[in-house]
Design a binder for this molecule. Structure first.
Ligand code: NAD
Ligand code: MG
Length: 364
């Protein structure tokens, strides 16, 4: 029996890594459906190489193609590797159809955590994280029914980890895109430089593992070798370790709780890798981190506003319209102007997202 897989966002960093993983496991997985926003030729080539029956781009077929791929009858697991709020609808559609969602698109959980979990419960689907920190937590807790007491997510600290606050505010696009340890798409790379990414991950962890915000901590770990720690109620702590590669968490999200033999990942050598170091997050230098965590704590529509405001501010920075230091200012202004209401349904969440985008557009 092979597992049918859909890859949404197949031309991106996570999408391509997923295809590498699938190529090494032809007996276990069958690629059924592929989508991307543009790049029709690349997608057609990939689909032909795998013999995948369905492929479509948003450019040619509209956003409906994500839902078509995610709910295709031959698909068992949907790898959601779309960047941003554009991935939410497909996450919900896949869960409604009872699929496993191997989720890279953390924005789905940040915008609509309660709705995503309720949809999974009602539709018989499940969310399994691809994000390396959350995969680490899942790997450490799987097989340990003991009560989970605390999580520590690690952060590389990004390219500006040891810069002064003044220098960070004036950072250029080129500097922000030079990530020290991970090769990723442009939006998440900027999110790693502001630490917005780590705030999104704290919210993601809150929904995935059901812990309160006081029990989710973040520590800077420049080597990106320890991906996450979990602490149990007896005080014991486990961590998941490996060289930074997304192929391992992608494969695990496809097979959890099982592990498949895989020789595509370089084995960790503790002596060759050298010392592992840990530091506090410099919250004063990276204010976006606290803004995001506060939005998570506030709940309701606030995380969707944080996410939408962040997406537009990052796009403005990447387009050269605003300085790096304006990103947290614009997010802060949107969060301050928003009155959170319960995120009861999709229209409420999408309206909060639309409002946040318009607020930041107007403020640029
Ligand atoms: P990327 O920019 O490299 O790829 C994004 C993909 O999404 C592309 O295939 C693109 O065509 C598609 N896409 C973009 N906008 C779309 C739209 N409006 N509708 C449909 N498809 C659209 O990004 P990435 O680095 O692969 O990240 C993808 C997601 O995975 C993000 O949510 C990111 O936070 C998360 N993630 C990435 C990494 C990583 O190492 N790259 C690690 C953890 C989590
Ligand atoms: Mg991560």
């Amino acid at each position: 029996m092979t597992t049918g897989v859909a890859v949404l966002g197949a031309t991106g960093s996570i999408g391509r890594s997923t295809l590498n993983v699938l190529r090494r496991q032809p007996d276990r997985f069958r690629l059924v459906a592929l989508t991307a926003r543009v790049a029709r030729d690349e997608l057609a080539r990939q689909a032909a190489g795998f013999g995948a029956p369905y492929h479509a781009t948003v450019e040619s077929r509209g956003p409906e193609c994500l839902v078509e791929a995610a709910t295709h009858p031959d698909v068992d697991v949907v790898v959601n590797a779309v960047v941003g709020a554009a991935g939410l609808n497909a996450t919900l559609a896949a869960l409604r159809a009872g699929k496993r969602v191997a989720l890279a698109n953390k924005e789905s959980l940040v915008m609509a955590g309660d709705l995503v979990l309720a949809t999974a419960a009602a539709g018989g689907g499940e969310v399994v994280p691809i994000d390396s920190e959350h995969s680490a937590v899942l790997q450490c807790t799987t097989g340990h029914p003991d009560a989970l007491a605390r999580l520590i997510l690690t952060a590389s600290g990004g390219p500006f980890r040891d810069w002064s606050a003044d220098k960070v505010r004036g950072a250029t696009v080129e500097q922000a895109l030079r990530h020290p340890t991970w090769q990723m798409g442009r939006k998440i790379t900027v999110d790693s430089a502001t630490l917005a990414n780590k705030a999104l991950e704290v919210i993601e962890a809150h929904y995935l593992f059901g812990l309160g915000y006081d029990a989710i901590e973040v520590v800077v770990h420049p080597q990106s070798i320890v991906h996450g720690f979990v602490e149990f109620s007896d005080g014991s702590m486990l961590a998941q370790i490996g060289y930074p590669t997304m192929e391992l968490p992608i494969l695990y999200a496809l097979t959890h709780p099982e592990r498949l033999p895989d020789h595509g990942v370089t084995r960790y050598d503790p002596v060759a890798a050298g010392p592992l170091t840990f530091e506090q997050v410099r919250r004063d230098v990276f204010p976006t981190f606290d803004l995001g965590v506060q939005a998570g704590r506030a709940g309701g529509t606030m995380p969707a506003v944080f996410n939408g405001a962040n997406e537009v501010a990052v796009a403005g920075f990447l387009a050269g319209r605003i300085a790096f230091g304006r990103i947290p200012e614009l997010i802060d202004a949107a969060l301050t102007a928003h009155s959170a209401i319960p995120a009861v349904d999709l229209p409420t969440i999408l309206e909060a997202d639309r409002w946040a985008r318009a607020h930041v557009e107007a403020g640029q």
